[in-house]
Write a protein that binds this ligand. Structure first.
Ligand SMILES: Cc1cc2nc3c(=O)[nH]c(=O)nc-3n(C[C@H](O)[C@H](O)[C@H](O)COP(=O)(O)O)c2cc1C
Length: 186
């Protein structure tokens, strides 16, 4: 027997196709509160989130394109259009990042791990709220020109583009893995 929260935990999955409406600001407050409950060595609070919806999704697409063209000036018109439209795949995109601080006991990797845990908390809160979500990265997440265009600090790293909206299409069944392939009891 599993409890309801446990069943919810076991049934999270990503949604590729996301449609309007975007989550409400009340729903997003809960998602972000959940994101801010991530484990955090030395209370560095490295998490940062930038929210794009409506018109600002088009602006984000323009920035995706500008950053891509700085890195690869010879992109075809087709590639340019594709890049520009990426953020339009959902009614809301949250750019997640971590602001890395120098700390004698907390190396960069721990701050990035905390950023990942924070995104996972946000995804779980979305799932609990019946909001569809998909964590994406791709080359743009590691494009320093984009980080600059988004107004990020030098020591800030993108951890993901979180696409949020209403789940569309047929739900893929959740794939349950055999834990014995991953877990060794000593
Ligand atoms: C850091 C990170 C980056 C990811 N980037 C992408 C991506 O760019 N494109 C993509 O299709 N899936 C990406 N994924 C995987 C999806 O978010 C998702 O986990 C995967 O499709 C499996 O689906 P599930 O979450 O329902 O098991 C990424 C996952 C992580 C953890």
């Amino acid at each position: 027997m599993t409890s309801l929260p446990m069943e919810l935990l076991l049934s999270r999955k990503s949604f590729n196709k996301l449609t309007a409406p975007a989550p409400t600001s009340e729903q997003m407050d809960v998602l972000f509160q959940s994101a801010l409950r991530a484990p955090d060595h030395a209370s560095l609070k490295p998490w940062r989130y930038r929210v794009y919806e409506g018109k600002s999704l088009e602006e984000l697409g323009e920035l995706f394109l500008r950053a891509s063209l700085i890195s690869e000036p010879k992109l075809s018109e087709f590639q340019c259009q594709k890049i520009k439209q990426k953020p339009l795949r959902a009614p809301m995109v949250v750019v997640a990042s971590v602001l890395i601080k120098e700390h004698p006991k907390v190396p960069e990797i721990e701050q990035i791990l905390s950023g990942g845990a924070s995104v996972q908390n946000l995804l779980m809160a979305a799932h609990f709220s019946e909001i569809g979500a998909m964590w994406r990265t791709g080359g743009l997440a590691y494009n320093l020109h984009l980080a600059g265009l988004l107004g990020m600090e030098e020591n800030e790293k993108i951890t993901g583009f979180i696409y949020l909206g209403q789940e569309e299409g047929v739900k893929r069944p959740v794939k349950y893995l055999n834990k014995d392939e991953f877990v060794t009891r000593i």
